[in-house]
Design a protein around this ligand. Structure first.
Ligand code: G6P
Length: 586
């Protein structure tokens, strides 16, 4: 992953540092910045989140040219040597890179044979060492021909008055303002500075100064530049009094629902839904990664209730290897909060080649996935800053509910209004008591049946992502086919039961755990008698609502459980170790 930014204008340190803060969701293993002034470089590098670099930086009001990078380590350990920017052998050229160079080992070997020395282990340093003394557009062409893989590159030299760039399969945008130009992995970096920006396509490269931008296509022809207006707000979302973004974002779910209700009644969105309905299809695929994949499972659940056709949900990174029967009659729905997840984008390209109709459901209308889709359905969740996705999951499920209703010709506004009134965030004190208890264990299992199993999967993912407690989710009926062998008194098992019809079976499975010493915790919307209650160490009661929304009602409290447990274990819930919010490498 990683985020890159480059800037020409006054106050480069300030603008680049602010860019790093906005890009931090792409990785926070280390950050770095190089500023060119008076034919010399000043470089800052630091391990850990971007705040760590701030104290080192000497902020100046003067003009300068700079590049900066926030890293999510792929090749090479998290250390200063592997921290970007990387430099050519003579130190005259500096470069930042997002992506993966697939042939870097081969290139590195050739360079070592030529006597080049390497400071670190990254694939990115190999690109830097491919440059020699000078930097002009021919050098970019030459290096571009040598490297294979994904890259968004910003490159400067000690003597040039411009920033060079190249892009393939990693996002890259250029913001153009009066006497300034910014290049970045995400146009949110332009907000506050300029409203005009260009989206670069794969295989494009070029250079820009304060006055001029030159972009070449894959055939080395100059591309005519058509800037787009920045039509989204970068709401600098502060924590609004909350201790962390994650808890604030969980509580924003009601607001998100209000936004969706409002937007999904508009002519513009209804036209999009009508277009989807007009497609001829006899199969639906719901595709995503992580939490977005779980939203796809919920969508599959909704759609299977309504349609008598095949509906599949798939993990994006597996799509290309499964010989799926995708053709012109397939409606392929790609779900992604960031709209930049490389596995999802790559699955999208695969389905497009097979002739599938491509729909995306994203939280970033300018993103690669939204742009590559035939129709994009936005989720209007607002910026989600915490790495663990919460309000976006909620919103994705709601949009999938709306899509299902629309295709079926059912009203969705009235049920959503009712749900808005019934949303239940639960009692913090009750959840805190449970989190204190869970935080002392190193394994937690989740079970559920039917749609409750999907909630179990998502709850388990949330818990392991931010608490680092080992966790797995199982369909409750599947326990006795293996997992029950692990049960002992050191494993709390969280039972999710919101479906009346399935309750007695789930209850029996719970007793099988209890009989083997496991501790039981129940999340339920059902009324249960005292005799049953006695089997559970904790019971969290969830307010009942329309059955389609029960998975959302229950997940709100399970998200909070993960949050409070992470806090109890002394973790930063917003920035879990080893993870990043946007995963732009396959
Ligand atoms: C990362 C994030 C997850 C997210 C997944 C898919 O792993 O940490 O929270 O669910 O990517 O991201 P997307 O942006 O495609 O929804």
């Amino acid at each position: 992953m990683c985020g890159i930014i480059g800037y020409i204008g006054i106050k480069p340190e300030e603008i680049l540092y602010q860019g790093l803060e906005r890009l931090e969701y792409r990785g926070y293993d280390s950050s770095g910045m190089t500023i060119q002034r008076d034919n010399d470089f000043v470089t800052y590098k630091s391990i850990g989140d971007v705040k760590k670099i701030k104290n080192q930086i000497v902020f100046k009001d003067e003009f300068g040219i700079g590049i900066a990078h926030t890293r999510w380590a792929t090749h090479g350990k998290i250390n200063i040597n592997n921290c970007h920017p990387h430099f050519s052998s003579n130190g005259n050229i500096a470069l930042v890179h997002n992506g993966i160079i697939e042939n870097y080992e081969e290139l590195k070997e050739q360079l070592i044979k030529k006597g080049k020395k390497f400071e670190g282990e990254t694939d990115s340093e190999v690109i830097a060492k491919l440059f020699e003394n000078k930097l002009d557009i021919n050098d970019i062409r030459r290096v571009k021909k040598k490297i294979k893989g994904s890259y968004a590159l910003a490159i400067i030299s000690k003597t040039s008055n411009c920033i060079y760039f190249a892009k393939n399969k990693s996002p890259l945008y250029i913001g153009i303002g009066e006497n300034l130009a910014i290049i970045a992995s995400d146009p949110t970096c332009f907000v506050g500075y300029t409203d005009n920006y260009i989206t670069l396509d794969d295989n494009q490269y070029g250079r820009f100064s304060q006055k001029e931008i030159v972009i070449y296509d894959k055939d080395d022809k100059i591309v005519s530049i058509k800037p787009t207006k920045l039509d989204f707000k970068y709401l600098y979302e502060d924590r609004a009094g909350y201790e962390h973004y994650m808890i604030k974002e969980i509580y924003q779910s009601r607001l998100v629902l209000e936004n969706i209700i409002e937007k999904y009644r508009t002519f513009e969105i209804k036209e999009k839904l009508k277009q989807i309905k007009s497609f001829e299809f006899d199969r639906i695929y719901l595709i995503g990664c992580g939490t977005a994949y779980h939203a796809g499972l919920i969508g599959q659940h909704y759609m299977r209730e309504e349609f008598n056709i095949d509906i599949f949900s798939e993990i994006a990174s597996e799509v290309k290897y499964k010989n799926l029967n995708i053709d012109e009659k397939s409606l392929c729905i790609f779900i992604s909060q960031s709209g930049e997840t490389a596995d999802t984008l790559s699955a999208l390209e695969y389905c497009r080649e097979k002739g599938g109709k491509i729909i995306s459901i994203t939280n970033a209308e300018h993103s690669s996935i939204s742009r590559h889709a035939d129709i994009n359905l936005p989720i209007y969740a607002g910026q989600e800053k915490a790495v663990a996705s919460t309000k976006a999951y909620f919103a994705q499920c709601i949009v999938l509910y709306i899509l299902t209703c629309f295709l079926k010709g059912k009203d969705y506004i009235t049920p959503l209004y009712y749900f808005k009134r019934q949303i239940d965030f639960g009692d913090d004190n009750e959840i805190k008591l449970l989190s204190e208890y869970l935080s002392k264990y190193d394994k937690v299992f989740f079970i559920g049946r039917g749609v409750d199993y999907i909630s179990a999967l998502e709850a388990s993912l949330k818990l392991k992502e931010i608490t680092y407690i080992f966790s797995t989710a199982q369909p409750s009926g599947e326990l006795k086919h293996g997992i029950i062998a692990l049960i002992d008194e050191n494993i709390p098992v969280i039972v999710i039961a919101t479906d009346e019809e399935l309750f007695s079976k789930t209850l029996n499975n719970s007793y099988e755990i209890k009989a083997r010493g496991g501790k039981l915790i129940l999340f339920t919307s059902l009324n249960i008698d005292n005799e049953i209650k006695e089997n559970f160490s904790y019971i969290i009661k969830i307010n009942k609502t329309q059955k389609e929304f029960m998975p959302l009602q229950v997940i709100l409290q399970l998200q909070k459980l993960a949050y409070f447990t992470a806090k109890d274990r002394g973790n930063d819930p917003d920035m879990p170790r080893n993870l990043a919010k946007s995963v732009t490498v396959e």
